[in-house]
Each structure stands twice: as C-alpha cells, then as structure tokens.
Design a protein around this ligand. Structure first.
Ligand code: ADP
Ligand code: MG
Length: 358
C-alpha cells in the first residue's frame, strides 16, 4: 500500500495534570474521511491543532506523505504544511468580496487566482455570488464560501473541527453533503472532529472514538456501531439496555436465557448490553405461556409498562418477568397498551457481553 497521506504517530500532549492527547496514532489515505468522535474535552481539537501546527505536542510525530512534519523538537510552520482548515468559528474577511475571500490564500498571478476562485465558487453552487459581501449571505452560504476558500489551494489534507455545529438543523444536512462531495472530488485526506455520532456515521469512512485523550476504538461506522469495544463505546452511539448477571460455569443466566461467557471466571459480574432498536417482539409466540425450552432460548416474557409514540418509531418500556425493565424501539405503526404481555427476543449477535468495570 502507498504511504499514508497523513500519519499521526504516538502523539501526546499534556496540559497541567491531564493528558489532552494520550499516545494518539492514526493513519489516513488520500480520499479518505476519518472522524475523531468523542465527548467534549476528550482531546479531539488538541489532536487536530497539533496536526495543523497551531499546537505543539510533547512527544510523537506527524508525517505527510512519509515526510516528517513535526516531532517533539522540530516543527514545520502551519503555512508550509499544505493543510486546509475549517472550524466552527470560521471567519470570512468582512471587508473583502466573496471572490476576494476565496482568492485570499492562493498564490500566483492575479488572473489565475481569480479564475481558480471563480471555479471554486461554481463548485459550491455560488457562481453568481462573487461580487457580494459576506454580510449579504446566509449562514449556510457563508459556510460554503469558507469551504471554497479552504479547498481552493488544493490542500493535501483538510481538517474540519465541528464546522457544521453553528448551522441550524435544516441547513446542516445540505451543507454537510456538499462539503463531503467537494472534498471527495479533490481527493484530500479529511480529518474531521465531531461530538455527534450520527454526523460521524454519515460522513466517515473510518471513525476513531476518543475518550480521555486516547483513541479507544477505530473502525468503519458499521463495525464500531455493531461491535463496540466496551459498554461506554456502545452507549456513545445510542441509548442502551444493560442486564447485569454473574458468571457460573462459563454461563451467565439472564431473562433471555443463558449466555456463553468463556474466559470469565465464576463470580465475574457481566454487563450484557443491547440497543433498544435490536430488541424484537416475537409475534410467533404471542399468546403462548412459558415453555421449558426457554431456559436456553432467546425469548423472554414481558409486559408493556409504558409506550410512547415518537413518529418514526415507538419506544416501549417492558417489564421482564422477575426482572429488569427494558426499552425497545419498534416501528411506530405499533403502540401497545400498558399491561399487554409479549415475548421479546434479544438476538445474540446484537448482545454485547462486557465484564463490569470496577
Ligand atoms: P475536545 O475538542 O474533544 O472538546 P480539547 O482537545 O479541546 O477537547 O481539550 C482536551 C482537554 O485539554 C480539555 O480538558 C481541555 O480543557 C484541555 N485543554 C485544551 N486546550 C488547552 C490549553 N490551551 N490549555 C489548557 N488546557 C487545555
Ligand atoms: Mg473541540
């Protein structure tokens, strides 16, 4: 495989006593979109700022196309890194026209810069806006000008730090799709920061989930959603149900029958996690009572405790027999009454088994 466009190798940065970035390693190919995803304060922006060269690392290295850009002592200045940036608080120059804003970072003859800037405006569907001033544009249009300006110098790498969070919901999807299209056409490696899992899943080829300065899991959206590395990683993407149980002879007894728990010694407390959207109602068994085979089966009998209609889906809280409450997300054509009995299924492939952390 070719050298990665961007390689972050073992980068750490400490502020006071806390590690903002803790041994972060990440590798991006050109044309690839990677999202740093995690809660506020987990070190996403610090990592991005180190790549940009506006923050220094204590240790570790950054490489672009295999060439060293910075380590703990030497550092290429930001303007020599061929890296484009878009941040939430992007600012257009208020006294320059739209065209002048886009041409600003370009080098070369004035006429060539103008042609390139005009071409970029066309690509973000603002061809007719070149003579306008920034204050005459809507928030979404300003964002597209900022995108055109960032992409105009053909950066090898684009860094985006929550660039869409200032836009209202109605605009965000459109601007996001547009940005992604332009960046993919250009083939830049894109490193994007967001705290919003749905945004990360929409945008990213690869997601790097961060917590406390560390990358705790890396993978394609499908993998990271369906094979979370621990309970917190599961909970970051959706609400979760947790069934707690104790291991006995490599088995854990739950309301959904026994789970195999190989490698966990007797007495280990397990959290068995299932997302509300993965719980199924077993309509084949509707009206049937419990049978002896359920001990190793996947079904559990439950009664509706409360059901809420949310439009796309309904959220139904179930009380399991002798057991905990579980919430299921089911198609909203269905809104059962409180007290109605059902059999529920917890498909094994959607049940994640984690030892309880101390
Ligand atoms: P995120 O972008 O994920 O919200 P940041 O990278 O901005 O997180 O911050 C990570 C941690 O480092 C936070 O605890 C933050 O308070 C701290 N931090 C960031 N920048 C500085 C700084 N310049 N000085 C001191 N602490 C900082
Ligand atoms: Mg941040």
């Amino acid at each position: 495989m070719s050298k990665p466009r961007l390689e972050i190798r073992n980068v750490s940065r400490q502020f006071d006593v806390s590690m903002a970035a803790d041994n972060v390693s990440l590798s991006l190919q050109s044309g690839q979109v990677t999202c740093l995803l995690g809660p506020s304060g987990c070190g996403k922006s610090t990592t991005l700022r180190i790549v940009a060269g506006v923050e220094r690392q204590d240790s570790g290295e950054i490489y672009v196309d295999g060439g060293l850009v910075c380590d703990g002592t030497r550092s290429l200045p930001p303007e020599d890194r061929n890296i484009g940036m878009m941040f939430q608080d992007f600012a257009l120059f208020p006294h320059l026209s739209v065209l002048e804003n886009v041409a600003f970072g370009l080098s070369g003859a004035k006429s060539a810069r103008k042609i390139r800037a005009q071409e970029m405006l066309g690509r973000v569907d603002l061809a007719g806006y070149s003579a306008k001033m920034p204050h005459e544009l809507s928030g979404g249009e300003q964002q597209r000008v900022a995108l055109a300006r960032a992409v105009a110098p053909r950066p090898k790498i684009m860094l985006l730090d929550e660039p869409f969070s200032g836009l209202d919901d109605r605009l965000r999807d459109g601007v996001r799709d547009e940005t992604l299209r332009v960046l993919r056409e250009d083939g830049a490696a894109v490193l994007m920061v967001t705290h919003d899992p749905s945004e990360a899943m929409k945008m990213a080829d690869e997601i790097a989930l961060m917590r406390g300065g560390q990358i705790v899991q890396k993978g394609a959206p499908y993998t990271i959603y369906n094979s979370p590395t621990d309970r917190d990683a599961a909970a970051f993407f959706s609400d979760i149900n947790v069934m707690t149980c104790k291991v006995k002879s490599s088995l854990a007894q739950t309301p959904f029958g026994k789970f195999f728990a190989p490698g966990h010694p007797d007495g280990t407390i397990l959290d068995i996690v299932i997302r509300p959207q993965h719980i199924r109602i077993d309509f084949d068994r509707a009206g049937q009572g419990p049978t002896p085979s359920d001990a190793m089966g996947q079904a559990a009998s439950a009664n509706v405790h409360r059901a809420r209609f949310l439009g796309q889906n309904s959220l139904v809280d179930f009380k399991l027999r002798d057991g905990p409450f579980l919430t299921a997300s089911i198609p909203s054509v269905f809104l059962p009454k409180a007290g109605t009995p059902f059999w529920l299924l917890a498909p094994r492939k959607h049940c994640y088994v984690f030892p309880r952390l101390a």
